[in-house]
Write a protein that binds this ligand. Structure first.
Ligand SMILES: Cc1cc2nc3c(=O)[nH]c(=O)nc-3n(C[C@H](O)[C@H](O)[C@H](O)COP(=O)(O)OP(=O)(O)OC[C@H]3O[C@@H](n4cnc5c(N)ncnc54)[C@H](O)[C@@H]3O)c2cc1C
Length: 408
C-alpha cells in the first residue's frame, strides 16, 4: 500500500517508521524543511510512562481560579476571539470530574505501556541514536497534602506493576544529591523505570532508519487539501505538488483541526503553549542525574547529553509562538534555586512550542469520516511518551482497518 503521512513531528515520524517497517511504501510530508521542527523540537524530553494523569481533574478545577488570577502562575488564559478556544475551555471544564480523570488515566497508562514496549522493540531492531537514558524520575511534592494525593495516584495505578516509591526528603536526596540546597519539597515519588531522550534527535533517527526501508520525504510542502473520489481520499494537494496515495495519516499536531475540516471532522484540539530552556551543565558542578518534576514550580527538568532541558508553563493564547519578556529569566531563576551553580545560564536556548491538547488529554487515534484517512493527533503534554504506541495503533488502522485500543 502507498501511505502518505502528513506531519513530521514525533507522532508522524514514528508512524512513518512503523508503516515502513510493516512493508508499506511511505511518503512523509511536512510544511517545515526537516523533521521535528514543531512541538517536538525541544520539549521536556521526558518519557513519562507512569505520569499520564489527565490535566482535567477535580484537583485542577479546585486550583483553577487561584491559578488564573495569579500573574506569576504557570497557567495563563488570554481570551481570544476564536470560538475554538472557548469551546475547548467548556469541554475541558466538563471533563474535570473524577470519572473522566480515572478513565483517562487508565487509557493513557495502557497507551504508555504500549509505547514503552514498542520503543524497546524499535531500539532493539535499529540502532536509533537519540540520547536515550533510563535514569528514573523523581516527582517533588511541596507538602503533606500533595504527598497524600500522590499516594492515591500510586494506588490507582498500582495494577500496572510499575515500581513507584513514596519518599521523604532525605530519601529523595539519596536518589538525587544535586537537590541538597533546594528546600521547596517535603518528599517525593521515585519511579526508577522512567526515561529521557532528545525528541528532535528521535525524529531524525526514525526518518534515517525509515529511509533505509524506502521512506520518501516531501519537506517544505504545506499540505492544503485532499481530493476525493467515491468517499475516499485519492491525493493530497501541497504547496509543492500533488501526492497520490492509497491511504493517509493526519499527524499535524496543533494544526490538525484545519486539515481535518476537509474530512468533515471538528477536532477538539487547542494549542497549549509551553517553553523550554536547554542549559549546559557546568563540568565538575553539582550535576543532576535523574528526571525531576517539581509540582510546586510546575516544571520538568531532564539531564540530556551534558545539558539540562527544563520545560514549564501552560498558556492558552492561540497559535502565537512568541516568548514574552521575562519568561526565560523566570525559568532560569527557578532552575538556579533548584540546582544552584549547576548550569551555565548565559545562553539558555529558549524555545516555545504548542502542545496539541484535547480536553480529556486522551489523543485521537481512529479512522476519520473518510475511511482511508487515519487520525493520529491530540497528544497534548505526552506526545513524546506516547508516540511509539500511537504509531503502532495508527499503523494497525491503516493496515487492517482497525486497531484494538489498548485496554487493561
Ligand atoms: C514545553 C513543552 C514540553 C513538553 N514536554 C514533553 C515531555 O517531556 N514529554 C512528552 O512526552 N511530551 C512533551 N511535550 C508534548 C510533546 O512535545 C507533543 O505532544 C508532541 O511534540 C506532539 O507531536 P506531534 O507530532 O503531534 O506534533 P508536532 O511535533 O507539532 O508535529 C506536527 C508537524 O506537522 C506539521 N504540519 C502542521 N500542519 C501542516 C500542514 N498543513 N502541512 C504539512 N505539515 C504540517 C508541522 O510542521 C509539524 O512538523 C511537551 C510540549 C511542550 C510544548
Amino acid at each position: 500500500m502507498k501511505v502518505c503521512v502528513i506531519g513530521a513531528g514525533v507522532v508522524g515520524c514514528a508512524t512513518a517508521y512503523a508503516l515502513c517497517s510493516a512493508g508499506h511504501e511511505v511518503v512523509l510530508v511536512d510544511a517545515n524543511a526537516a523533521p521535528g521542527e514543531g512541538a517536538s523540537f525541544a520539549n521536556g524530553g521526558q518519557l513519562s510512562y507512569s505520569y499520564v494523569e489527565p490535566l482535567a481533574s477535580p484537583a485542577t478545577l479546585r486550583a483553577l481560579p487561584a491559578m488564573l488570577l495569579d500573574k506569576n502562575s504557570p497557567l495563563r488564559w488570554r481570551p481570544t476571539a476564536d470560538p475554538a478556544q472557548w469551546m475547548w475551555g467548556l469541554q475541558f471544564l466538563t471533563a474535570c470530574n473524577s470519572r473522566q480523570a480515572e478513565q483517562g488515566t487508565h487509557r493513557l497508562l495502557a497507551m504508555a505501556e504500549l509505547s514503552r514496549s514498542t520503543l524497546e522493540e524499535w531500539m532493539a531492531r535499529d540502532s536509533l541514536d537519540f540520547s536515550f537514558t533510563r535514569n528514573g524520575k523523581l516527582v517533588l511534592c511541596p507538602d503533606a497534602a500533595t504527598l497524600r494525593r500522590q499516594r492515591q495516584q500510586i494506588a490507582l495505578q498500582a495494577y500496572t506493576g510499575v515500581t513507584q516509591q513514596l519518599m521523604n526528603r532525605d530519601q529523595c536526596l539519596a536518589v538525587e544529591p544535586a537537590l541538597a540546597n533546594y528546600h521547596g519539597f517535603a518528599g517525593g515519588v521515585w519511579t526508577p523505570g522512567e526515561c529521557a531522550a532528545d525528541p528532535h534527535l528521535f525524529c531524525q533517527a526514525l526518518v534515517a532508519a525509515a529511509q533505509k526501508r524506502g521512506l520518501q520525504c516531501f519537506f517544505d510542502a504545506p499540505a492544503q487539501a485532499f481530493a476525493f473520489r467515491n468517499k475516499q481520499a485519492t491525493s493530497l494537494e501541497t504547496a509543492k505538488g500533488r501526492i497520490q496515495a492509497d491511504a493517509f495519516v493526519l499527524a499535524t499536531g496543533a494544526n490538525a483541526p484545519a486539515l481535518a475540516r476537509h474530512l468533515g471532522e471538528r477536532l477538539p484540539i487547542y494549542p497549549i503553549k509551553g517553553y523550554s530552556v536547554t542549559l549546559p551543565l557546568k563540568p565538575g558542578g553539582n550535576i543532576p542525574t535523574v528526571n525531576v518534576t517539581d509540582l510546586s514550580q510546575k516544571m520538568v527538568l531532564a539531564p540530556l547529553g551534558g545539558k539540562l532541558r527544563v520545560a514549564a508553563m501552560a498558556e492558552f493564547t492561540g497559535h502565537d509562538l512568541g516568548i514574552a519578556p521575562g519568561t526565560v529569566e523566570r525559568i532560569t531563576r527557578t532552575v538556579e534555586k533548584i540546582y544552584p551553580g549547576a548550569c551555565e545560564l548565559v545562553h539558555p536556548n529558549a524555545w516555545a512550542g504548542l502542545r496539541p491538547a484535547t480536553p480529556t488529554s486522551v489523543p485521537i487515534i481512529r479512522s476519520s469520516r473518510i475511511s482511508n484517512v487515519t487520525l493520529n493527533v491530540g497528544h497534548g503534554a505526552l506526545g513524546f511518551t506516547l508516540a511509539a504506541g500511537s504509531a503502532s495503533l495508527a499503523a494497525g488502522l491503516v493496515t487492517r482497518g482497525k486497531a484494538s485500543a489498548p485496554t487493561r
